[in-house]
Design a protein around this ligand. Structure first.
Ligand code: UD1
Ligand code: PEP
Length: 432
């Protein structure tokens, strides 16, 4: 098993290119099997979750052809099974988008209950409510969700909680239902809009994505398309935080600055400088930042997927900050790991009370989930001495070539097998 090794203390400097959005790509890939024609998808991030979903799609008979590192051609004509193997599902959350896609196209589908980051209980009742409203029967037996419909008919669906996953899943199925569907209290994240735009490029009729009411008029079939995925808001935000935390100066390219506004606003409140360019943001900081308070909320609020990273930054800032996690109940597991590095964070229920410290020191820590792992990497970049991060497979679920991109910004960071004494010596020699 490999780990990240980081020698902290170097300000990040230079330019970094952001990859395509993982959470948009997952919905788009699932949607791609809804046509029998070929779909070409560009700006696909080369990350673990995407590769697992592509394997799951191949597993049911879809043709998946990698044309380059970031381009894939998909053809769903040869699909011979509507049942997704448990092996793939337990590894990722968004495998359940295949359920919405299969239900829309074939009026039936079967997947195991999904995995993904262990950040809370993560029920799927709203997905099920949506499928049932469209006329499907949904059974959960022996860990499998089995859905089936004679006919799918559009309906009026009010989501009791704002859910990214349920909004996308219902949108997928409703695209090929008879008549009109109205999703009220829909999620508004940039990836919802991207999935809707992709569906429309295949001939679907989805209106209002990005607002809380989405109107879908079902069509009988979808056709092939060529589509490029939007940049990853969370990867970009993570580099923004890393630039500020290391008192660096970084231009973060291939982003949509509008998607980053909540993060930009918080960084500016803390005293960092953020310049918005056309498709880039320039982030720099010269001194220790000040405190602020953060509450995670659905888009356009502050994203829960950025909560560990900003909490880490606040742990180094002046004064006391309060971070309230209002989306997931178990997203502070990284706090104990950060404490090994010398931070002072107290968690009470869904709130973290963060007393900023002036410096932290390297330690051996373990990534409990994807974004928490990214926050530990940022901590390692700031800490005095060496930090070793275990369980980087979580980080690799969502960050493409994280160590490569950090190294290009001047970070002393590598991926090594800690049992390989020579690799560690090589890393130490390289930076001495
Ligand atoms: C693959 C993907 O895109 N993952 C993202 C997606 O996860 P995911 O789609 O799982 O998150 P949701 O937006 O669905 O969850 C939001 C809240 O709604 C609750 N809920 C959700 C569905 C449901 O049927 N019932 C219910 O109660 C959840 O427990 C949570 O408290 O959005 C989250 C919130 O922005 C992000 O943190 C994840 O990175
Ligand atoms: C929590 C995340 O992913 P998932 O929903 O796939 O677990 C994430 O992307 O931060």
């Amino acid at each position: 098993m490999e780990q990240y090794i980081i020698k902290g203390g170097k300000p990040l400097k230079g330019e970094v290119n952001i990859s395509g959005a993982k959470n948009a790509a997952l919905g788009i890939l699932a949607a791609a099997i809804m046509t029998d024609e070929t779909v070409t998808i560009d700006n696909l991030p080369d990350v673990r979750d995407i590769n697992v979903l592509l394997q799951a799609m191949e597993g049911i008979g879809a043709k998946v052809e990698r044309v380059g590192k970031h381009v894939v051609k998909i053809n769903g004509k040869g699909i011979s099974s509507i049942s997704i193997d448990y092996e793939y599902i337990r590894k990722i959350r968004a495998s359940y988008y295949l359920l919405g896609a299969l239900l829309g196209k074939y009026k039936k589908g079967q997947v195991a209950l999904p995995g993904g980051c262990n950040i809370g209980s993560r029920p799927i009742d709203q997905h099920i409510k949506g499928f049932k409203a469209l006329g499907a029967t949904v059974k959960i037996e022996q860990g499998m969700i089995d859905t089936n419909a004679e006919v799918l008919r559009g309906n009026h669906i009010y989501l009791d909680v704002v859910s990214v996953g349920a909004t996308i899943n219902i949108m997928l199925a409703a695209c090929m239902a008879e008549g009109k569907t109205l999703i009220e209290n829909a999620a508004k994240e940039p990836h919802i809009v991207d999935v809707a735009n992709f569906l429309n490029s295949m001939g679907a009729n989805v209106k209002g994505a990005g607002t809380d009411v989405i109107r879908i008029t079902g069509v009988q079939s979808l056709h092939g398309s060529e589509y490029s995925i939007i940049p990853d808001q969370i990867e970009a935000g993570t580099f923004m935080i890393a630039a500020a935390a290391t008192k660096g100066d970084v231009v973060i390219r291939n982003v949509i600055p509008k998607h980053l506004e909540a993060i930009t606003a918080k960084l500016e409140e803390m005293g960092a400088c953020v310049e918005e360019l056309d498709d880039a943001v320039h982030v720099f900081a010269n001194e220790r930042l000040g405190n602020t308070h953060v509450k995670t909320l659905p888009y356009p609020g502050f994203p829960t997927d950025m909560q560990p990273q900003i909490s880490m930054l606040l742990a180094l800032s002046k004064g006391t900050s309060i971070v309230t996690e209002s989306i997931f109940e178990n997203r502070f597991k990284y706090v104990d790991e950060l404490a090994r590095m010398g931070t002072n964070i107290k968690v009470e229920g869904n709130t973290a009370i963060i007393d900023g410290v002036e410096k932290i020191t390297g330690a051996v820590v373990s990534a409990p989930d994807l974004r928490a792992g990214a926050a530990l990497v940022v901590a390692g970049l700031v800490a005095e001495g060496y930090t070793v991060i275990d369980h980087i497979e979580y980080v690799e679920r969502g960050y493409e070539d994280f160590e490569g991109k950090m190294k290009a910004l001047g970070a002393h960071m590598d991926k090594v097998d800690m049992e390989d004494e020579r690799a560690i010596q090589k890393f130490k020699l390289k930076i001495s």
